[in-house]
Write a protein that binds this ligand. Sequence first.
Ligand SMILES: *Cc1c(COP(=O)(O)O)cnc(C)c1O
Length: 224
Amino acid sequence: MSIKENLLSLKNTFVNPACLLVAVSKTHPVDAIREAYELGVRDFGENKVQELEEKQAALPKDIRWHFIGHLQSNKVKYIAPFIYLIHGVDSLKLLTEINKQAEKADRVIHCLLQVYIAKEESKFGLDEKELEELVQSEAVKNMKNIKVVGLMGMATFTDNEEIVRQEFRYLKSIFDKLKNKALPPNFDLKEISMGMSGDFIIAQEEGSTMVRIGTAIFGEREYK
Ligand SMILES: *Cc1c(COP(=O)(O)O)cnc(C)c1O
């Protein structure tokens, strides 16, 4: 199927049409992104800094670029001038560096805190206690060039839909709890980024506001 057909059938299966589609274009060429762009997609997700920089330079400037991978602090400076949303913030160190580079670029960078919800050791993210510590930390309150707009999580890679559903439900419950607390001024919690090609319907049923979808739009990835 073509990118056009994939996008159409994908949108038809959304149980929440208001949920934002972030088209995950990692490993796919600029031409594929341009094709989706011409069909109206403006939000694209990448997980490698260098690949993102090259694509950003080559493509229209009204694209909203989402960083969806594990971001190393020493690479924040390369994307700070243009990044729209950083999905995977999982430490005070990283948030501090994003704030610093955002100030240099004279911007306020929107971030999502990544929460560990899966039963896989390999996944990144904060547990509930670490999330609480980050939110309460004095340092975060004084960061004027970041805005925390929500949470992000990745479910266990499994065919067991019940496990996936419980993990997404858990993330939503953490989000709701956090929203009811006194939060720093640079917090404005609205977004829950959860759901990929294999589990976005469950994610939307459980309250996702943003899904990150690659394979179902662009086809299988080939890693070189
Ligand atoms: C690659 C990736 C996706 C997209 O995965 P698909 O299964 O291709 O939809 C979503 N989120 C993150 C964090 C990713 O790294």
